[in-house]
Write a protein that binds this ligand. Structure first.
Ligand SMILES: CC(=O)CC(=O)SCCNC(=O)CCNC(=O)[C@H](O)C(C)(C)COP(=O)(O)OP(=O)(O)OC[C@H]1O[C@@H](n2cnc3c(N)ncnc32)[C@H](O)[C@@H]1OP(=O)(O)O
Length: 707
């Protein structure tokens, strides 16, 4: 466990930015009335409700199941979970129930209603798919998957753009009980192989090309490279995502086009065959009735060592948690049009897809949100009457920096919520949203992560919004700020922990038979209590939350999280580089960071310096010469290009700088957090566990990192 940074500047009396006009009419308050009646309680406010939800987890989650109308082939009976067990016992939830995630996503009462609006950069007009149409496409795709030999538990992967076919394939896989996993086309070969080679997918869905930043990028070449390392894939299904680009099945190994693949279902289909028949009048999908804990998704999170963790999320956990978040916290219903800017590689994509389980319309966008200009997403909000608009703190900052004021150009009358995630939303961005987007809306700063594929602290349509704060701890999530084991604090900063079981905990990590990796990822710091790796501050007055940054080495530039191990795996292949250290530098306003990669070039270690000292005079002179010599520009460019091509453009460090020593602990671990703090402006007292504490001096006041 780590000591929290001091809670400088935290304001226990933040400015009130917005209040709901009719809180009694929100789903949150209606739910409170529902549980009061059902369990003869007298809960008065959100705080009471939250406390009850984390004290009585069995009653709470069972009430969420009923209130949000989960569709199940066998409804739950008997115990919900053994709530007395520690979190790292990973008990089964709702063991008697049987359900299917895809069935829940396709249940919409009005089949003519639009399920998906899909668009993106350089696309002339949005593509619309009704619930009836979605149902028939999922049926065809599921039949084709079964024909291809996909069975329960198989992995089906997407190296895929944010397009309707990704959702069709995901729902088709989950209707069978296969497990879906996706990564976005900006990922390079190693990034994809490090992920998919671990989970061994049977089918791979992909696209011919993507468009980003105003131009098409061919995807086939990258796809073929990836396939060289994925010989377990039996079929690759190629979607003609960019019509102007070639899309030949023969251009990839084991390739089939989307249309040819669907045709193997035996149904006569065209690529976008549309069906207006309601599901009950169509041939029905054969939904597998599955236990609550049956795997739905595999998501990836990379750390400071080794390959990315393959986090397996359950169908029941995702369904119940996302329904709780969308319906109770977001006050969303089937009348809503939900947009979230995301790629298929971020968990917000999974979160968006769950909007289908409410019967809402979801809006997909693929490409740069700034092309052809900063109005791109706002045109969409206006044209499609988007009611809830999800984006990142970084995006809000970017339009603010561009001095783009959406309310001067757009009629946003249908918009009732804006969500922001990825990194903390700074107080000035709250001012910007209320002044230049819309006065009367719920600004939900939300936080959670890939590890839970959902939220720990979130929006709440029944509560006021205070400047700089996340509105509340989410129902059923017993999150606290701990300064030591079992020492929760309020009004002071601490480690973000979650100390009670919740149903969307990962069911397991892939290929981790004794849950060793799983336990060490979350339960090593505080025995049996989920440690999330963030610092947090809880306001005693408002109950709001402020996120204070990572307490581990996770990198988070522009709201895109990844681990330093991915960078080390690349840099380690360079013989010119003896060692490296990759850390984030928190920017002055504390809300974003840039990645800095330090290289210790071969020949600059202490022994070599001593040799140089003999030849050149004093050791310090030799050290000075080595330090003063600039890093070879060609080496820097090669590493940057390598990272860009093999991981993704989003992984490329903002700075690659030279160092002569890298701090290590006596256990042989690179000391990332201390260096991160130093380059972010803090002074560190070296811990006694360092082998070379003097090396930390090299990281103070580095000129390049002062602007
Ligand atoms: C609840 C939770 O806690 C959950 C989460 O956090 S989930 C994660 C949430 N995170 C986010 O939403 C991330 C937010 N950030 C962003 O969306 C983007 O950084 C941004 C839209 C704000 C900025 O966009 P941008 O300026 O275009 O930069 P970015 O999108 O990062 O692109 C970086 C590079 O990748 C390239 N790129 C991106 N996608 C590409 C693709 N598909 N093909 C080729 N290149 C691509 C870009 O061209 C760019 O290249 P250059 O460096 O040559 O310019």
């Amino acid at each position: 466990m780590t000591t929290a940074t001091p809670n400088q500047g935290m304001d226990p009396n933040p400015l009130l930015m917005w209040q709901p006009t009719d809180p009694a009419n929100t789903e949150m308050n209606k739910f409170m009335v529902y549980v009061n009646n059902k369990h003869s309680l007298a809960l008065q406010n959100y705080n009471d409700l939250w406390q009850w939800s984390v004290d009585e987890i069995e009653l709470f989650w069972s009430a969420v199941w009923e209130y949000t109308n989960v569709v199940s082939s066998i409804p739950p009976s008997g115990p919900v979970v053994d709530g007395s067990l520690p979190m790292d016992a990973f008990p089964a939830w709702f063991p008697s129930a049987r359900l299917n995630f895809a069935e829940n996503a396709l249940w919409c009462k009005d089949p003519t209603k639009t399920a998906i609006i899909a668009t993106g950069e350089l696309q002339s007009k949005p593509h619309r798919i009704s619930y009836a149409d979605l149902y028939s496409r999922v049926r065809q795709c599921a039949k084709a998957m079964r024909k291809a030999g996909v069975v329960k538990g198989d992995r089906v992967a997407g190296y895929i753009a944010n397009c309707p076919e990704a959702i069709v394939a995901m729902l088709a896989a989950s209707s069978i009980g296969a497990i879906w996993s996706s990564t976005s086309p900006d990922f390079g070969t190693i990034g994809v192989l490090d992920r998919f080679s671990q989970i061994k997918p049977k089918l791979l869905f992909s696209v011919n090309a993507v468009v980003y930043n105003g131009r098409p990028h061919d995807h086939i070449q990258k796809l073929n490279k990836v396939l060289e390392g994925l010989n377990m894939v039996e079929k690759v299904i190629l979607i003609p995502f960019v019509p102007s680009q070639p899309c030949e099945a023969s251009s990839v190994n084991k390739g089939s086009t989307w249309a040819d693949f669907l045709a193997t279902s035996g149904e006569s289909v065209s690529t976008f065959a549309s069906s207006s028949l309601p599901p009950q009048e169509q041939e029905l999908i054969d939904f597998e009735p599955l236990p609550f804990n049956h795997p739905l998704y595999i998501l990836f999170s990379s750390g400071t060592t080794g390959k990315p963790k393959c986090i397996v999320h359950s169908a029941g956990g995702m369904l119940l948690q996302h329904k709780k978040e969308h319906i109770l916290h977001g006050n969303l219903s089937s009348n809503d049009i939900l947009f979230q800017y995301s790629t298929t590689g971020w968990m917000m994509w999974n979160w968006l897809v769950s909007g289908l389980t409410l019967g809402a319309t979801i809006v997909l966008f693929d490409g740069s949100p700034f092309k052809p200009g900063p109005s791109a997403l706002w045109d969409l909000v206006e044209q499609e009457n988007v009611t809830a608009f999800g984006t990142s703190a970084k995006y809000i900052q970017a339009i603010q920096d561009a001095d783009y004021k959406p309310n001067q150009h757009h009629n946003l009358k249908h918009l009732h919520s804006v969500y922001s995630t990825g990194s903390p939303l700074k107080p000035e961005s709250f001012d910007f949203v209320y002044e230049h987007i819309k006065k009367d809306l719920l600004l939900g700063s939300i936080t959670g992560g890939t590890d839970i594929c959902s939220l720990f602290a979130s929006h709440n349509a029944a509560l006021p919004v205070y400047r700089g704060e996340i509105q509340c701890r989410s129902l059923g999530m017993k999150i606290e700020a701990w300064t030591a084991p079992n020492k929760p604090v309020v009004g002071d900063s601490g480690d973000l922990v979650c100390s009670r079981l919740f149903p969307c905990m990962p069911v397991y990590f892939w290929d981790d038979p004794e849950n060793k990796k799983y336990k060490s990822a979350y339960f090593d710091n505080y025995q049996g209590v989920w440690y999330h790796g963030d610092f947090v501050w809880i306001n005693p007055n408002t109950g709001g939350i402020v996120m204070l940054g990572r307490s581990d080495g996770t990198l988070n530039p522009n709201g895109v999280r990844f681990g330093s191990a991915e960078i080390y795996n690349i840099v380690d292949t360079y013989t010119e580089v003896e060692d490296s250290l990759c850390v984030g530098q928190t920017l002055k306003d504390g809300t974003d960071e840039r990645v800095v990669l330090f290289l210790k070039v071969a020949g600059t270690d202490k022994a070599s310096l001593a040799v140089a000292a003999k030849t050149n005079g004093s050791a310090t002179e030799a050290e000075k010469q080595v330090l003063d010599a600039p890093l070879d520009a060609d080496l820097v460019n090669r590493i940057k290009t390598h990272i860009r091509n093999q991981l993704s453009p989003r992984h490329v460090p903002a700075f690659i700088l030279k160092t002569t020593d890298i701090p290590y602990t006596i256990n042989g671990k690179k000391v990332e957090i201390a260096v991160k703090k130093i380059i972010s402006g803090q002074t560190i007292v070296p811990s006694g566990t360092l082998v070379n504490p003097e090396s930390l001096d090299l990281y103070y006041n580095i000129p390049e990192l002062q602007q």
